[in-house]
Ligand binder design. Sequence first.
Ligand SMILES: [Zn+2]
Length: 231
Amino acid sequence: MKKIILVFLMISLVGCAYSGTVQPRLSDYGFQKENLPLRTLSVCVISEGSWPKERIEATLSDLSSSLTEQVGVSLRVDRWIDHPIPSFVPIQGLQSLVEIIGKEHQKYDLVIGFSSRGVVSNAVEVVSWTAWLGAIDDSYRKFIIIKFLDQRVLMHEICHAFVFDRRHSMNGVMSAAIVKLPLLPILFNFPEYVSEEDRQEILQNKWRNFNEKPLIPERYQADTVQLPKAD
Ligand SMILES: [Zn+2]
């Protein structure tokens, strides 16, 4: 009985995620105009070596094109650091990124870590229902850790850097299912488009300063990080 309910829940989550995205409007002149001017985000990548550099770069490049089309935000990798990212849970991974980059973080808008970790720990997470594919810090919404290299997971986390009013949405790439249920993004070919509602908030916060804490409701401040004090 439980299994049937789970399957039903998964089907309805997938169904929701498909509807109400900006996809049909991408070629509208008015829509494209709203995305201007373009903002380019400066990105620092910290890679543990789980994936070849070319694969990470290709994923970031595809993501940048897609975000440009949807909200007028592009990504530029300004620094690449090869470094282990010790972590068992997302919050440890995020804090590790802070320790690795230190005060230098101020030079970049986003610091994105890539670390797949071991098969065993992934299996334990799936069994214990604590699986995660990516995470972003709730202090600055600027440190991101990616455990599952996929454009949609990355886009989901980057959207969190601009959407503060809610944790997740029912539609599009901001659906919780994209980062909570392993393999679902691939198995069901999840959409890589934002919902209309999320796009509005992303456009509103598009020019935020990444060295300032955004106003995030307290109930959404789960994964906080401690930053080194500025000079
Ligand atoms: Zn999320």
